[in-house]
Design a protein around this ligand. Sequence first.
Ligand code: ADE
Ligand code: ZN
Length: 355
Amino acid sequence: MLISLYNSNICLINTKTESYEVSEIIELIKKVPKAELHLHIEGSLEPELMFGLAKRNKIKIPFRSVDEIKTAYNFHNLQSFLDIYYQGAKVLISEQDFFDLTWAYLLKSKEDNVVHTEIFFDPQTHTDRGIKFDLVINGIHRAILKAEKELGISSKIIMCFLRHLDEQSAFKTLDQALTHKDKIIGVGLDSSEVGYPPSKFERVFNKAMEEGFLTVAHAGEEGPPEYIWEALDLLKVKRIDHGVRCLEDEKLVQRLKDDQIPLTVCPLSNVKLCIFKKLKDHNLKKLLNKGLIAMVNSDDPAYFGGYLNTNLIECQMALNLTKEDIKRLVINSFRSSFLSEDEKKKWIDQINYLV
Ligand code: ADE
Ligand code: ZN
C-alpha cells in the first residue's frame, strides 16, 4: 500500500513536470515569429467564405450548410481531396474574391504570429473556367501589399502548374505570367501526383528559369522517391514540397543533405490524405534526425483542420517535439524561404534571442 502510494506520487510529480513543459513549448510555438512556405491560397477557402462567395456570385454549390461541407471533408487519398477542392474553387470569380480569400488567410497568419508567407496559387483552376489570369494575380497581390503595410507580414507568390494538365497548357500559363514577373517569384508543380512525373514539365520549367523564376515542386507526397530525383535533376528545384517519401531511398536522403534542399512538410495534410495513418506515425522527427532541412506548413488549412500553429502544436503533442525541435523547425522555415539573406538573418536572430 505504502509502496503503491509512493509510486503514484512519483507519477503525479512526473506528470506535473511534463505538462508544465508541454504548455511552455505550446506558448513558445504561439509567440515565436514564423514563416509559412507551403500554402495553397485556394486551400485556405473556409466553408463560411465559400458560402458567402457562392451567394455573392450566384453560384450553386452542392452543400446546404457549413456542417454539410465539413462532413464532406473526409478524404481517402490526394485525388479524393482534389475533387472537392477544385469544386470549392468555383465560387472564386472576381478580383475582389481573390483579394478577400488572401486577406482572410493573412489575418489568420497574423493571429498565428506568421511574419512571412510564400503563397501558391493555381491559375489553371481559374483560367480553365474562363476567369482572367490578371484578375486572379491582381486580387492576391493587392491583399499581400495591404498585409505588408497593415499587418507587417511579408509575402511572396508562387504560381503552380497543374500536373494533370498537359505541357501546352502549362506553357500558355507561363506566358500569361510574364507580364506579372514583378509579382511572382517562382513556379511550382501540384495536383494529382502519381502518373504525372516531374519530367513531363522539364521544358516548361527550363523556360520558367530562363525567364528568371525560381522553381519548386510537389514530389514524394504520394509519388515515389524517383519523382523527387526528377524534381531535383530535371526541374532544378530549390525546395521539395512534401518529400516525405524520401526516406525510402538512402541515396536520395544523402543528396538532399548534400545539396541542402529543404522539404516543406505538411503534417495534418499528410494525415488527412492518409499518407500516414496517425500523426504519431508521421516521419517529421525522423527527417530532422537524419539532418534534413524540414519545416512545418499547413498546405490547405481550410480542408485539413488547422493553420500553422495548430500543425505545430499537434505535431509537438503527437511526436513529443522538444523546444529545440521547434526552434529548428522555425529556423528552417526562414532559412529555406525566398527572403534576402539580411531578412533571414533578422528573423533567425530574433528566434535565437527568444528560444
Ligand atoms: N493542391 C492543393 N493541395 C495539394 C496537395 N497537398 N498536393 C498536391 N496538390 C495540391
Ligand atoms: Zn501542397
